[in-house]
Design a protein around this ligand. Sequence first.
Ligand code: 13P
Length: 251
Amino acid sequence: MRKPIIAGNWKMNNNVAATKALVADLAPLVKDATCDVVICTPYTSLAAAVEATKGTNIKVGAENVHWAEKGAFTGEISADMLVELGVEYVIVGHSERRQYFGETDATVNARTKAALAKGLKVILCVGETLEEREAGITAEVVRRQTKVGFAGIPASELDNVVIAYEPVWAIGTGKTATAQEANDTIKVIRDCMAELYCDKCAEERVRIQYGGSMNAKNAEELMAQPQIDGGLIGGASLKAVDFSIVVAAGK
Ligand code: 13P
């Protein structure tokens, strides 16, 4: 019913040469994937990634996008600029952007709207910090991030937004949420989407990924959970074989 989607988030890794090499290794390994396969690369590698993935089933995404069409925003990139390159997806609201670059729920919402307006598909990230989890407010946090993130976005766009649930304490730490924990919090997010839109929309059209130390070893167990529709993969997406094993679990 909901087609799984496995996306790599390369973060600040892989220059143009490394991008060409990694795509060349990856493409034959994932060519028979039954899920959607996406690689999100640094801005400087996007053109090379689009070129290298031509004729393959791998889609290319950026890791951020600005909300304005153009103007005095030094260092930022607009949705039009990404579309011009042939980019199809963009990650918005990654916890590293929220933690280190002042991203807020409101800017996540603005970026998401701008990206959708130009026909990009969005991977909208939510997730609680360790302090929030320990304070017992995980559900409140992800519900707030979801509600504000989707404010003003019509149901007609639901096929174009994937939610990535990434508990901040599980990112790059080697600590994965247990499959049960991930499934439970994703259910909270899906219920929130049902409230915002409708039960059927949330059940049939909203894809929710898990992210945070997902890798070749634990992907199968995570993907077996009924609520988990895919993964947003950091470290393990930098190695073709590891990423292809995660992709193979995405069924
Ligand atoms: P890791 O898979 O390296 O923990 O990163 C997860 C992530 O942040 C993906 O966006």
